[in-house]
Design a protein around this ligand. Structure first.
Ligand SMILES: NC(=O)c1ccc[n+]([C@@H]2O[C@H](COP(=O)([O-])OP(=O)(O)OC[C@H]3O[C@@H](n4cnc5c(N)ncnc54)[C@H](O)[C@@H]3O)[C@@H](O)[C@H]2O)c1
Length: 349
């Protein structure tokens, strides 16, 4: 008998990633959908096969469901993911793990108490170009990493989220929290921690709601752009820009400058990774394009999560990894709001 999965929240991320990737996974044989808007659950059950329930407790109290994907909006993760873990389910929680450190800690504690697997969907770690970059950095063939720059920007979540309008929860402070920093920035913070095997320790930033308006044509309550200066524990220096106003083309690029050369990731349409050495030699890797809002490919996250359950090994992104990335993002927002340099305390492991 295969694994039965329950999905909470039937919006865009479920439609484009979780549902198709569970359906394609050979060890999963049933998906049960729940959304407080039942039509959305019905639509996905019709598209991908599976059944629908009308309350979250029907999912969490069903002993035949072993795995839960928490694809609700950010303010609910701590309620659903913590409860699911304490009810004995393995949980794949969407990012950001929560809006506050206290809520994130509730999920991490629930994982410890239950002994079940918790993975958070920081999917950037999984792409082939990022995996290859990690391998090159770790081998130190380019020497040590000195500086970096990273960017993640697209034209905004009002085109992405299921309701396709400016009334989207992504624009509301209570539900979205740190705005574009929590939506896109947190991906790159986690990626930097992973690629550099390091942690961001000091941050400063500027933010603004420069262009997005809500359904009443007022500027949104959260930032649509933020630019940051970062220093890591190991002393690397870097910059990061996160934006919901890159109209026309997404930018998902990272450059890592090392002692003996440069790694350019997702910088060109022709190749996904380029290594340029001190002597000017260029090696271009043709790997796989990263998922964009308009081009969804298998992220590998669901397969990795199911594998960690079946093989009983720790997932590639743990609750503490997600908590650590959230700490940095909240520090970045604090730095921007107070015009100060903020120091981030390391997550206690
Ligand atoms: N990993 C990634 O690359 C990635 C990309 C986009 C979104 N996300 C994350 O996925 C989550 C969902 O985002 P989305 O883009 O699918 O949003 P969305 O607005 O398209 O869908 C969210 C769905 O959840 C449902 N929902 C929200 N709160 C609920 C509750 N309390 N009870 C029941 N149903 C509830 C809504 O009705 C809606 O159908 C967010 O945490 C977001 O940050 C991750």
């Amino acid at each position: 008998m295969g694994i039965k999965v329950g999905i909470i929240g039937c919006g865009s991320i479920t439609k484009l990633r979780h549902a198709p990737e569970y359906k394609a996974n050979p060890f999963v044989d049933e998906i049960v959908f729940y959304d407080r808007n039942p039509e959305r659950a019905e639509t996905l059950a019709a598209m991908f096969g599976g059944s629908v329930v009308h309350s979250v407790d029907e999912l969490l109290e069903d002993p035949s469901i072993e795995v839960i994907s928490d694809c609700s909006s950010n303010e609910s993760h701590h309620i659903f993911s913590a409860k699911a873990l304490l009810n004995g389910k393995h949980v794949l929680c969407e990012k950001p793990i929560s809006l506050t450190l206290e809520h994130a800690q509730e999920i991490v504690d629930a994982q410890k108490q239950s002994g079940k697997k918790l993975m958070v969907d920081h999917n950037q770690r999984f792409t082939r170009a990022h995996q290859k970059a990690k391998e090159i950095i770790k081998s130190e063939e380019l020497g040590k990493v000195l500086t970096f720059q990273t960017t993640f920007g697209h034209s905004g979540p009002e085109q992405w989220g299921v309701n396709k309008s400016n009334s989207t929860w992504f624009f509301q402070k209570e539900r979205s929290g740190p705005g574009v920093a929590g939506d896109l920035g947190i991906h790159k913070v986690d990626l930097l921690h992973y690629l550099l095997d390091d942690e961001i320790e000091h941050v400063s930033a500027f933010q603004g709601a420069l262009d997005k308006v809500n359904e009443h044509n007022e500027p949104i309550e959260v930032c649509d752009n933020i630019v940051c200066s970062l220093k890591t524990k190991k002393g690397r220096l870097g910059t990061a820009s996160f934006s919901w106003t890159y109209y026309g083309e997404e930018d998902n690029s990272t450059i890592i400058y090392c002692q003996k050369g440069i790694l350019k990731i997702y910088h060109s349409d022709q190749h996904q990774l380029e290594v340029i050495t001190k002597d000017g030699e260029r090696v271009q890797y043709h790997l796989e394009n990263i998922q964009t809002n308009n081009n969804q490919t298998n992220s590998g996250v669901i397969d990795a999560f199911i594998d960690s359950i079946l093989q009983d090994h720790p997932p590639l992104v743990t609750g503490n990894d997600a908590l650590s990335a959230l700490k940095v993002i909240l520090g970045i927002i604090e730095a921007a709001e107070t015009n100060t340099v903020v120091t981030i305390e390391s997550v206690n492991l």
